[in-house]
Design a protein around this ligand. Structure first.
Ligand SMILES: Cc1cc2nc3c(=O)[nH]c(=O)nc-3n(C[C@H](O)[C@H](O)[C@H](O)COP(=O)(O)OP(=O)(O)OC[C@H]3O[C@@H](n4cnc5c(N)ncnc54)[C@H](O)[C@@H]3O)c2cc1C
Length: 587
């Protein structure tokens, strides 16, 4: 039976904040928009975001977007592209007001303005005192934003394909993106969605690590789809480990807990961040705090019988602040640890959290790839936004509260550029059977029967491998061994077989497709980390402990074809203000 086709002006893969903000822009302009999501939209990982979204509203302390921009450039360890950072920090202010007007129930100050809390790496006046820039709805900000955007999309008549899995992009002979092959998870039937433009908004890939704050669905599908379509991934070595994951479990205790006044102590009860970041203390940026914690533990000052974590103290804040400003954290502590954070310290350890790298795009969310002759060019019809993309505004390290901002600002920017693109390219391009063939083959590969490893076993091995060989501290020997093991594992994936070949709600097949994606994204991360011979932001090499601006003010690009590495210069010119030249990064 021929595969059914549906046609839309725009296809958006992913219903998190990035996908939904783009969809809203397009549907409000009366385009026919399809949003595909492998889970019901409001279950996307954006719903889990706790602490808040950054904008220099100056509701609590003095602030302006220049300082936000400086903090972001510094936080990125000077690897972020300054044109994109300027754009994001300026757009932050209208973006948050737009959300407010769309109905996001932000927490309020006594004067009725939006509540803002301090977060890591925020300053007043170019590195001065601590600012309070993170706009919050208690500690459930992502939940508030995602539900509002979903409801606004329903009103704007966005067409949702809930619980459809995107298998691969479809490009025509000339390389133009013309849609995607999807799978209806409920029935197991394939569906081709043809579109004049396609946006990847598939979120992060935290599941590539064993201990992570990320949901099970964060398997880097969009990044792997881009790789298979010949687009290299950018800066994949920069993976953020959040300092305060629940020790041994991984779920997140928001940086807002330290923003509200919480702090870390070691086994001696010492507030050790005083030694590593004398000014910013526990609100230094995440890479700095994570490394300090691991150093304390390595030097024998860890807490607990195994000396394998440190403690986050909130008890001095009083039950009122803890339960009112951090209700979600209180719940997590009660349910998973059986403690009340207003009374007991929380055991914490760094946990895999956020991909700074991803699909390379420009400021308009257009995917850019190296051209065959000369520098990069735009891939026609293809866009990426949100955590799967790399604009790059986070460079080597993202500041807390800047990802919700990134997904909203660049989701919207994608919508704006897609409007232009579809106006200029009003017709669907023809789709031939041959264009769909590679995507279909990928689906059919999992029909093979026989004996072999299980998806589950190989995935567990991969996640352990990544944690052991590409964690907070790295060196050549460990990573080279990691690449070798991952190559062996990649070969074994060929022999993985499914036991269940039924069609209806066959989640085993979905997990198998995700495993393919995780392996590709894992290799991108390891190869990029192996090649960058310096320490910058979240990428910390024991064998190259210094930042090396002369050699490495460059973005890395990993191509799947032959595991090739390439590099391109950082864009250091902002749009309207003067550049911030690299300086030593102290907090
Ligand atoms: C626990 C936690 C707390 C966080 N807190 C904050 C915070 O306070 N502030 C902040 O700025 N950032 C925070 N972050 C980071 C931020 O929430 C995420 O980076 C951001 O929400 C990602 O949004 P997104 O739209 O890119 O993707 P997501 O929200 O992850 O959505 C991805 C979408 O893609 C779909 N999808 C993926 N693959 C496929 C496929 N193959 N087929 C079909 N659909 C697919 C999914 O179904 C989903 O709809 C937090 C992250 C975590 C994990």
């Amino acid at each position: 039976m021929p595969i059914p086709h549906r046609k839309f002006d725009a296809l958006i893969i992913g219903a998190g904040g990035a996908g939904l903000n783009a969809a809203l822009r397009l549907a409000s302009a009366d385009l026919r928009v399809a949003v595909v999501s492998k889970v019901f939209p409001t279950r996307s990982h954006t719903v889990a975001a706790q602490g808040g979204v950054n904008a220099a509203l100056a509701n609590v302390l003095p602030d302006n977007w220049h300082w936000h921009m400086f903090d972001t450039v510094k936080g990125s360890d000077y690897l972020g592209d300054q044109d994109a950072i300027e754009y994001m920090c300026r757009e932050a202010i209208p973006t948050v007001y737009e959300l407010e007007h769309a109905g996001v129930p932000f927490s309020r100050l006594d004067n009725g303005k939006i509540y803002q809390r301090a977060f890591g790496g925020q300053s007043q006046d170019f590195g001065g005192d601590q600012a309070a820039r993170t706009c919050a709805a208690a500690d459930r900000t992502g939940h508030a934003i995602l539900h509002t955007l979903y409801q606004q999309n329903v009103r704007a008549r966005t067409h949702f394909f809930d619980e459809y899995f995107a298998v691969d992009l479809i490009r025509d002979e000339e390389g133009v993106a013309i849609g995607a092959l999807t799978l209806d998870i409920e029935t197991g039937e394939p569906l081709v969605i043809e579109a004049k433009s396609t946006l990847l908004a598939t979120g992060g890939n935290g599941q590539v690590f064993r201990t992570t704050t990320n949901a099970f669905i964060n398997t880097g599908d969009g990044m792997a789809m881009a790789l298979r379509a010949g687009v290299p991934l950018q800066d994949m070595e920069f993976y953020q480990f959040h300092p305060t994951g629940v020790a041994g479990k991984g779920m997140l205790i928001t940086e807002g807990a330290r923003g509200e006044g919480g702090f870390l102590v070691n086994a001696d009860g010492e507030r050790f961040m005083e030694r590593y970041a004398p000014r910013a203390l526990d609100l230094a940026s995440r890479d700095v705090v994570s490394r300090s914690m691991v150093t304390e533990i390595r030097e024998g000052r860890g807490c607990g019988p195994n000396k394998d974590h440190v403690l986050l103290k909130l008890d001095h804040l009083g039950a009122d602040v803890v339960h009112h400003r951090l209700p979600g954290i209180s719940d997590i502590c009660r349910v998973f640890l059986g403690i009340d954070p207003a009374k007991d310290a929380i055991p914490v350890f760094p946990t895999a959290h956020y991909a700074m790298g991803g699909i390379p795009t420009d400021r308009n969310a257009r995917v850019v790839a190296p051209a065959r002759h000369g520098p990069e060019e735009v891939v026609p019809g293809l866009y990426a936004a949100g955590e799967c993309a790399c604009v790059s505004v986070h460079g080597a390290n993202r500041l807390g509260g800047n990802s919700l901002l990134d997904i909203l600002v660049f989701g919207r920017a994608a919508g704006t550029d897609i409007l232009r693109y579809v106006a200029e390219n009003p017709n669907h391009r023809p789709m031939r059977d041959a264009d769909i063939e590679p995507a279909l083959a990928r689906l059919q590969r999992w029909e093979r029967t026989g004996d072999g490893d299980s998806v589950h076993a190989v995935k567990a091995e991969l996640r352990k491998l990544m944690e052991d060989h590409c964690g907070v501290f790295r060196d050549h020997e460990t990573m080279a061994a990691g690449v070798e093991k991952l190559n062996a594992l990649r070969a074994r994936v060929e022999d993985v077989r499914l036991q269940d070949h039924s069609k209806v709600f066959n989640t085993a097949r979905i997990e198998a497709l995700e495993l393919d994606n995780l392996v590709d994204v894992g290799m991108a991360t390891l190869m990029s980390a192996l090649h960058r011979e310096e320490s910058r932001g979240a990428h910390s090499r024991v064998d190259f402990p210094e930042r090396d601006d002369e050699r490495w003010m460059r973005h890395s690009l990993y191509a799947r074809d032959g595991d090739r590495m390439d590099f391109k210069p950082v864009r250091t010119k902002p749009l309207t203000v003067e550049s911030f030249p690299p300086k030593a990064r102290v907090y």
